[in-house]
Ligand binder design. Structure first.
Ligand code: OGA
Ligand code: NI
Length: 369
């Protein structure tokens, strides 16, 4: 309401100006009344609106992508993690982290019905009327629960073909009351999935610590109080997928990401040979190993027939945690590769700069200071 009144005031004072200023005003009015979320633009669009179109040099080139294959993307079976086979699983995880910074996991222990319910309420949420979805809208990255679109509409020049709901999930009781109340099953299904994802993230962090020769709980302890964020990504069908991205290439800003996808493909990771690989996976993504383990560059592309939902769980340090390498990983031959920083400092930078190919972590690299 307030916004409309301000614009009307502007309109009146501008009426005495030239007709070209009138054109500007009508554009302004149009912008205020246009859809805020992509889903409500995409359902009418025959072409990709200009603000989503990437310059020709940075388009996805969808035809030139390698198909997924277990030969390329490691698949780690976690069944033996708690048994005599643990050392072999830890070794497989270590080599996946060193090589790709990314792997799929089988026998991860999250029950099928928990996953199915998570994806069901995610889909139901995004299929609600615009007025219901907009109750959750905010473009302020510091909000702990919010629905938004693209990546950071405050700072970016080209938008991405995505709406997303972001939720903080740990400790659950601090946040559940902020989450969407509709669909009615949402809070319970998401809480159940979040608890399971936390268990898996901690178990993987334990194995990853061991694979670096550290105590099992080293990484979990380095995260401080620990935080867990979830994104529920919604990629509507796109009339011209070759012009835009669901998400352009980026590295996630956290310790480890578990990615849950519905059956629609769209995720791609950059392979060691410099080519993009299409995958249907659960990736791990690491930043705490003094550069021994890699954070994989990845992106999401869209398609012209089917909506797609993905649910990354970002397991991260608490804002005050100080990020620095494990002392056991630093010696004269391997000096600290990054300056120390708090996770809060890093996280703010990540959201401010927008998604860029270069990792945000590079800004903290000792050689670049
Ligand atoms: C992300 C992300 C990939 C996908 O949300 O950070 O990389 O497939 N998503 O949705
Ligand atoms: Ni990501």
């Amino acid at each position: 309401m307030l916004e409309m009144r301000q614009v009307e005031g502007f309109l009146f004072s501008a009426l005495s100006l030239s007709s070209s200023s009138l054109a500007v005003i009508s554009l302004l009015l149009k912008k205020l009344t246009a859809a805020v979320l992509l889903a409500d633009v995409a359902c009418h669009a025959k072409h990709v609106p200009s603000r989503y179109i990437r310059p020709p040099s940075s388009r996805p080139n969808i035809a030139d992508v390698d198909a997924s294959g277990s030969a390329i993307i490691p698949l780690v079976d976690l069944r033996d993690l708690s048994g005599p086979g643990r050392a072999a699983v830890v070794k497989a995880i270590g080599s996946a982290c060193r090589g790709h910074g990314f792997f799929q996991v089988a026998n991860h222990g999250i029950p099928d019905d928990v996953i199915t319910s998570m994806l069901r309420v995610a889909r139901e949420f995004f299929r609600q009327p615009e007025s219901e979805r907009l109750k959750m809208y905010s473009d302020d990255p510091s909000r702990t629960t919010r629905l938004s679109t693209s990546f950071n509409t405050r700072t970016e020049e080209v938008a991405s073909w995505r709406d997303f709901l972001r939720l903080h999930c740990f400790p659950l009781e601090d946040y559940v009351h902020e989450w969407p109340a509709n669909p009615p099953a949402f809070r319970e299904a998401v809480a159940e999935y979040a608890m399971n994802a936390r268990r898996l993230a901690l178990s993987l962090l334990g194995a990853i610590s061991e694979s670096l020769g550290l105590e099992t709980d080293w990484l979990a302890a380095a995260l401080g109080k620990q935080a867990q964020h979830m994104a529920v990504n919604y990629y509507p069908p796109c009339p011209e997928p070759e012009l835009t991205y669901g998400l352009p290439g980026h590295k996630d800003p956290n310790a480890i990401t578990l990615l849950l996808q519905d059956g629609v493909s769209g995720l791609q990771v950059l392979g060691q040979n410099g080519r993009w690989i299409a995958v249907d996976p659960v990736p791990g993504n690491l930043v705490l190993s003094n550069d021994r383990y890699k954070s994989v560059l990845h992106r999401a592309v869209v398609n012209n027939s089917t909506e797609r939902i993905s649910v990354p769980t970002f397991y991260c340090p608490s804002p005050e945690a100080v990020i620095k390498p494990a002392p056991a990983l630093v010696d004269e031959e391997h000096p600290a590769a990054y300056r120390e920083f708090t996770y809060g400092e890093y996280y703010d930078k990540f959201w401010d700069r927008g998604l860029q190919r270069e990792s945000c972590l590079d800004m903290f690299r000792v050689a670049n200071l």
